[in-house]
Design a protein around this ligand. Structure first.
Ligand SMILES: [Zn+2]
Length: 198
């Protein structure tokens, strides 16, 4: 996984092929930590809130288990064409209480239409991940902001997502060098870090 990158940044990084710094450090199949050979690339469609485009995904083969895997940039999730900015908008709108029909209708993207069922499934998947990350999320938040001033009164978030988005606003202010990063990218990153250190 290539962290903290948006589509534009990614495209600029791969102009001359796969950067050497992206060589994987762990096999997602067998957990081997070395021995990866380049194994070509494939293209896939990505739909962001602004555009539809084809991007290249680089593949590697693990010499331990012989399986191949692609290096997905962090604005994508496996098997979904919608980039995380699209998915984040859906999660935010559903969490704010909008109906799935209204959210689906409101997605006037330069994109393929997504069914209400798909949007619902995205939300459920992200709900599960958010719940799994909850403890490490608060650790990460408090280590970044030891003097965190919690909101009061009407400013108190009403949902788990509300709290996550609230903390994310502060984290984002620190990530001035990564303007394209969204909350779901950060959440995936936390989940991944938690799994690795577990
Ligand atoms: Zn392997």
């Amino acid at each position: 996984m290539i962290w903290d990158t948006c589509v534009k940044h990614y495209l600029s990084l791969i102009k001359n092929g796969c950067p050497e710094a992206w060589r994987p450090t762990r096999c997602r199949h067998c957990e081997a930590e070395a021995g990866f050979h380049r194994h070509g690339h494939y293209t896939r469609m990505v739909y962001t809130l602004e555009e539809a485009l084809k991007i290249i995904i680089f593949r590697f083969r693990c010499t331990t288990c012989r399986k191949t895997f692609g290096l997905l940039p962090s604005f994508l999730t496996p098997y979904r064409t919608a980039a995380l900015d699209v998915q984040e908008r859906v999660v935010r709108e559903l969490d704010s209480g909008l109906s799935v029909r209204i959210v689906a209708d409101g997605l006037s993207l330069p994109t393929q239409p997504y069914s209400e069922k798909s949007l619902w499934r995205w939300k459920k998947d992200w709900d599960r991940l958010r719940e799994a990350v909850e403890p490490s999320f608060w650790n990460a938040a408090l280590s970044r902001f030891p003097h965190l001033k919690l909101p009061r009164g009407s400013g108190i978030p009403r949902t788990g997502w509300g709290w996550l988005f609230w903390v994310w606003e502060m984290v984002r202010a620190q990530l001035t060098d990564k303007p394209g990063t969204g909350c779901l990218q950060w959440l995936s990153h936390l989940a991944w870090s938690a799994a690795v250190s577990a």
